[in-house]
Design a protein around this ligand. Sequence first.
Ligand code: PEP
Ligand code: CO
Length: 451
Amino acid sequence: MSADKIATSAWHKASWRDFPIKQHPCYVNKESIESVERELSNFPPLVFAKEADSLKDKLAKASRGESFLLQGGDCAESFSQFSTNAIRDMFKIILQMSVILTFASSRPVIKVGRLAGQFAKPRSNDVEVIDGVSYPSYRGDLINSQELDKREPDPLRLLKGYHQSASTLNLLRAFSQGGFANLEQVHNWNLGFVANNNFGKRYEELASQIEKSLRFMNACGIDTQTTRQLKEVSFYTSHEALVLNYEEALTRQDSLSKDWYDCSAHFLWIGERTRDIDHAHMEFLRGVKNPLGVKIGPNATKDDLLKICDILNPLNECGRLTFIVRMGADKIEQRFPALLRAVCEEGRNIVWSCDPMHGNTKVASSGYKTRSFTDIVSEIRSFFAIHKAQGSIASGIHLEMTGTDVTECLGGVQDINESSLHKNYHTQCDPRLNATQALELSFMLAEILQK
Ligand code: PEP
Ligand code: CO
């Protein structure tokens, strides 16, 4: 199949099946996967067309510099670590980060979680060798198990992924609209273990300033208790659209517009390893109306980027397409400027977001997969500087983080070093910023956005 075929052939929700595909599970038991697909197709959608449209409108604003995209969450959600507290803590840290960024930049922050569906992982190697024995790689809880004797892709995991996503979303909707996200609660969002360090304290000061502003507004006659914008937040979900059997089964036609939406999440992205223009992931996502992202690594070419725009955003709509740039602190200066210039010169409307995580992964001497806070900050600074030099807009940030005090990334105010990584290392896949590192990063970003 060629890129031309993608652009000219008729799309339907199963048309990806005629294209080559990478990183995809091969289900041996055909009856079982077909029965799971039928079941999923009858389940209620997790999100609704109008919600995806509203996110797209907000992203259009981000592309013009009128708002800022904050997208973040786990590298991979897990079945075993699923808990109310984990979701609550993730939601809290996203609210805290968003308050810091809004206050500094005077721009609304669009909150998008890597949540309620972020289960499937592309892997660099198909096999993992342990004690001389090869096992198929673990590909995320939606596909197989970390246990070595359960590495065969299991279709029933798609059902479990759906149900966990549904209950996660249910809680997120309650948190967003049921009083928890009320700006009056700004102090209560600070996480216990963070409150005692520098950045927790800086957050407390900011929270006090916000409270004072709310009291001032009340004194002026604005009832902050009943103002919806202060009481509720819009929170959106996103994940990498990797397992297309799952995405297809949750793809529904909107009864009003007759357009197709992938109702598994508001925002879907294509990963760095599956963004070939003539492949199945590109074919599938071009046909749904959700706002979309594509990861852009250091080996992308101008031609790749322009073809991705042609395929995923032929009408050049603002807010439809986000490029999530993840080159690595050591490569971004060299690779990104020419790509950005080419896309800008062609007048393509893009939401430019920086993922400073995936180009900066390394293995510590202790064997842990890690990332250094210094590299993460350095890539973000370069991303903003390159945009400034080009006269274009840096519209967002894409992070892997958690609301708990894990020790997975090196550095930051707690000065996590290689020998302390083992203390609280829990990720299912890539190393995440802990809550303190996430706050520290937000204050650093706030300074950049203020300039
Ligand atoms: C991810 O976002 O977890 C991921 C695998 O990213 P990338 O496709 O950029 O490597
Ligand atoms: Co990751």
